[in-house]
Design a protein around this ligand. Structure first.
Ligand code: XUL
Ligand code: CO
Length: 444
């Protein structure tokens, strides 16, 4: 049985191809700075958006036309696995990601849910034997079921804390079974609505305890995937604890967890936090904490997590700039935590959306590498900070001065001279690189 019979294989056909089921820029075997595009980009399909979600929103019922819609329960779960591996093969994506409840239905008890999961995981493992597609990460959904109404590891209810622990324990076992390269913690309802009913300190301490227990268990079973925290400032709770990279890092430092975690940075979460995607990537990168990416984009006119497929070339270029400067994503990848719009309900849209996202990041990769090769931003930035490479500036950086010496320096200064930051010029250079991949515009 074929679920996507409109296409045999989506392949690279080049920028001039008119075939909508082809890559115009993503050429997996093409090398950029010594690595293939496939190795650089490590694309991943998000199971929940592509195979589980049905297009329902607060105003309307599910409307996605999917060839598995007539099925239910475990039959539905199995059909989705078949469809998933067909899509992975046809798109030629190296990775996928899932939550426990995306792949297998919850039973009436935890034990039954675990049995359902075991059956589907065994099926996935079987498919993985002949597929090139590997597990980038899995995670536990601890936000959909009503038991998590007050949170999971930060619930006021210790029974819920225990239930959450059991789900993560199982998730780590599944990650080990399938060779997952990472394990993600997105604090779905780890946050609060009002301080009037909240013991904020206990909730945060418990979250720290929870993560330590997860580390211990991973060690116990020999799961060596990278642990990732995925920050998000709000939604579903008003105040999410893992607000952004900066607050997440402070949390990890306080609870002595930095050696065991990195960040999974999602573009739309960054913008919800009032940052750019590249800000979050930079903040993680300079702290050696950039682990993986949920590749999507938000909508500046809407104040929530719209999870659109990434097509903004400025954003993909500046994101790839950070990723290249990071030396790549290591075990991480670019996971399309993105969904087709409700109006894009045909099965073909699943293919078009992934093609759009992959081509957008392929362009970003090429342009970012050229910006780096030509030293465009690097040269400008080092020149801008050159006052710290000599004289008093160098003494500051080398830790060889103090307030007395700095005052002496300041007292003998005349008028201080500053130089332009040249934002507009830099943006026009970025445009030149985006519009003409052969541009070579040196720093001014
Ligand atoms: C929610 C979100 C999640 C995580 C995994 O906004 O991004 O899908 O990526 O739980
Ligand atoms: Co995400």
């Amino acid at each position: 049985m074929s679920y996507f019979n409109q296409v045999n294989k989506v392949s690279f056909e080049g920028a001039d191809s008119k075939n909508p089921f082809s890559y115009k820029h993503y050429n997996p075997k093409e090398t950029v700075a010594g690595k293939t595009m496939e190795e650089h980009l490590r694309f991943s399909v998000a199971y929940w958006h592509t195979f589980t979600a049905d297009g329902a929103d607060p105003f309307g019922a599910g409307n996605m036309q999917r060839p598995w819609n007539h099925l239910q329960g475990m039959d539905l779960a199995k059909a989705r696995v078949e469809a998933a591996f067909e899509l992975f093969e046809k798109l030629d994506v190296p990775f996928f990601c899932f939550h426990d409840v995306d792949v297998a239905p919850e039973g009436d008890t935890l034990a039954e849910s675990n049995r359902n999961l075991d059956e589907i995981v065994a099926m996935i493992k079987d498919y993985m034997k002949t597929s090139k597609t590997k597990l980038l990460w899995n995670t536990a959904n601890m936000f959909t079921h009503p038991r998590f109404v007050h949170g999971a590891a930060t619930s006021n209810n210790a029974d819920v804390f225990a239930y959450a622990a059991a789900k993560v324990k199982k998730g780590l076992e599944v990650g080990k079974e399938l060779g997952g390269e990472n394990y993600v913690f997105w604090g779905g309802r780890e946050g609060y609505e009002t301080l009037l009913n909240t013991d904020l300190k206990l909730e945060l301490d418990n979250l720290g305890r929870f993560y330590h227990m997860a580390i211990d268990y991973a060690k116990e079973i020999g799961f060596d995937g990278q642990f990732l925290i995925e920050p998000k400032p709000k939604e579903p709770t008003k105040h999410q604890y893992d607000f952004d990279v900066a607050s997440g890092l402070a949390f990890l430092q306080k609870y002595d967890l930095t050696d065991h975690f990195k960040f999974n940075i999602e573009a739309n979460h960054a913008t919800l936090a009032g940052h750019t995607f590249e800000h979050e990537l930079r903040y993680a990168r300079v702290n050696d904490m950039l682990g993986s990416v949920d590749a999507n984009q938000g909508d500046t006119l809407l104040g929530w997590d719209t999870d659109e497929f990434p097509t903004d070339l400025y954003s993909t270029t500046l994101a790839m700039y950070e990723i290249l400067k990071n030396g790549g994503l290591g075990k991480g990848g670019l996971n399309f935590d993105a969904k087709v719009r409700r109006g894009s309900f045909e099965a073909d849209d699943i293919l078009y959306s992934h093609v759009a996202g992959m081509d957008s990041f392929a362009i970003g990769l090429k342009v970012a590498q050229r910006l780096i090769d030509d030293g465009v931003l690097d040269d400008f930035v080092s020149e801008r900070y050159s006052s710290f490479t000599e004289g008093i500036g160098k003494q500051v950086v080398d830790g060889e001065t103090d307030f007395h010496a700095l005052e002496q320096h300041a007292l003998q200064l005349g008028e201080i001279e500053n130089r332009s930051g040249r934002q507009e010029w830099l943006k026009s250079v970025l445009n030149q690189y985006l519009l003409n991949v052969n541009a070579t515009v040196g720093a001014k």
